[in-house]
Ligand binder design. Structure first.
Ligand SMILES: NC(=O)c1ccc[n+]([C@@H]2O[C@H](COP(=O)([O-])OP(=O)(O)OC[C@H]3O[C@@H](n4cnc5c(N)ncnc54)[C@H](O)[C@@H]3O)[C@@H](O)[C@H]2O)c1
Length: 396
């Protein structure tokens, strides 16, 4: 099949490689011209996609990237995989999705299957996508993406894929496409069910992470190890699932998606109280971390050299969106700390560059990438570990 994927980020490029591996002719359309040039030169920006794999599909001509919207004409299937972030006021921001829809409306002259993989609230496919494209009888399906960047076990092939079509024809064409490179397809009765399932999956994580984050604070106040308690609780063979505490949540999913669910819940008159409280707890974690660091460092970080280790939101990925490292660094600076940061995967961020790990007065480990050496971290005078990976260190 001829497939155009709008957005060549974590989701779009990953799906592009999956579809190319099944022999489809894939065009990766992205509005970022520099990204397109890099992709066409065989340079991947996604941890899970190697330059070798990308170059192979470029050579076989199963994949090419473009910033030219007229490429949308040459397709049987168009997949939308553009960001769906929050506005500064923490409301769903569908600006980029709307722009993608406008491009489809202006460029596509034949009926195609349009699939939305971008995460959004129930009703998005029906109202914000199909409802805005006029004059053409396209097929529409929702297939929310479940990729877990950095996860080397669960990928596009073996993660079950949800599909909800606006019509039987849309569902069956979407099934035909995805079953060519995904092992298991689960068809649900409507796009709204697929959209809501994605939001609920991530809300489940958000709420449970908030629960353990709050529990970590209770355990610390009780003078016991929260992680040891959680490990002990996890020995129960049924009815319990282990989540780990941390400095907050980051990335494009857990801090964002539940708010899409809360938005639509509010629209239908049901207050999403768990989401609200979980956001409060998770967004409060950086301040809690900094308070504990100040206490642990002897009551003040004023004038002290502080290194924050790992500024991306999770181990072994370079994504800094919504990372709790940002407020942690800002709050440590407000408290008078002389703060640098070290992250070999991120390199440069917010106009600053990753420093070497020397002996600092204080080291705060926010994210522990495999390539960060624990013995380097241990050079510092006082260590606060948010990851549970440094034995003997203070932390959560
Ligand atoms: N990153 C994840 O782990 C993940 C997992 C599951 C679902 N999602 C969802 O998938 C969607 C995409 O997320 P992502 O992480 O891939 O984003 P990303 O920022 O990594 O990539 C998005 C790409 O889309 C491009 N773009 C923006 N507007 C465009 C347009 N109108 N036309 C074409 N390209 C456009 C951007 O230049 C960018 O390269 C979001 O809805 C997100 O919530 C993300």
């Amino acid at each position: 099949m001829h497939v155009v994927i709008m957005g060549q980020g974590y989701v779009g490029l990953t799906i592009a490689m999956g579809a190319a591996s099944a022999g489809h002719k894939v065009i990766g359309f992205d509005t970022n011209a520099t990204l397109v040039t890099n992709l066409n030169s065989g340079i991947s920006h996604i941890e899970g996609i190697s330059n070798l794999v990308l170059s192979g599909f470029l050579e076989s001509k199963n994949y090419t990237a473009t910033a030219d919207p007229s490429s949308l004409c040459d397709s049987e299937i168009i997949i939308i995989a553009v960001p769906t972030p929050l506005t500064p006021g923490r409301e769903p921001d569908l600006t980029l999705l709307n722009r993608a829809v406008e491009l489809i409306q202006s460029e596509v002259k034949n009926p195609v299957l349009i699939i939305n993989e971008s995460t959004s609230y129930p009703g998005t496919l029906r109202n914000e996508i199909a409802g805005r494209i006029v004059g053409m009888s396209h097929l529409y399906a929702s297939s929310p993406e479940r990729i877990d960047p950095g996860n080397t076990f669960w990928g596009t092939k073996n993660t079950p894929r949800l599909i909800g079509g606006l019509s039987i024809d849309a569902s069956s064409k979407a099934r035909e496409f995805y079953s060519s490179f995904c092992d298991k397809i689960i068809e649900v009765s409507s796009p709204e069910v697929a959209e809501a399932a994605k939001l609920f999956e991530n809300t489940f994580r958000q709420v449970n992470i908030a629960l353990v984050n709050e529990f970590a604070q209770i355990a610390a106040a009780l003078g016991i190890s929260g992680r040891e308690v959680l490990d002990a609780a996890a020995t129960k063979p049924y009815g319990f699932m282990e989540f780990n505490p941390g400095p907050g949540v980051g990335g494009h999913c857990i801090p964002v998606d539940p708010t899409y669910l809360a938005y639509i819940a509010n629209k239908v008159g049901v207050p999403a109280t768990f989401i609200k409280r979980a956001n409060e707890v998770n967004l409060g974690m950086p301040a809690y971390v900094v308070k504990r660091v100040i206490t642990g460092a002897g009551g003040s970080v004023k004038g002290k050299s502080v290194v924050v280790i790992g500024v991306s939101y999770k181990a072994n990925v370079s994504d800094t969106r919504e990372t709790p490292a940002a407020p942690i660094i800002d709050l440590l600076r407000e408290a008078g700390g002389v703060v640098s940061w070290h992250d070999p995967l991120v390199g440069t961020w917010r106009g600053e560059t990753s420093c070497a790990i020397e002996k600092f007065d204080v080291a705060v480990v926010v994210t522990k990438h495999n390539e960060v050496s624990i013995s380097d971290v241990k050079k510092s005078e006082y260590i606060f570990d948010c990851t549970g990976s440094i034995s003997g260190a203070d932390g959560i």
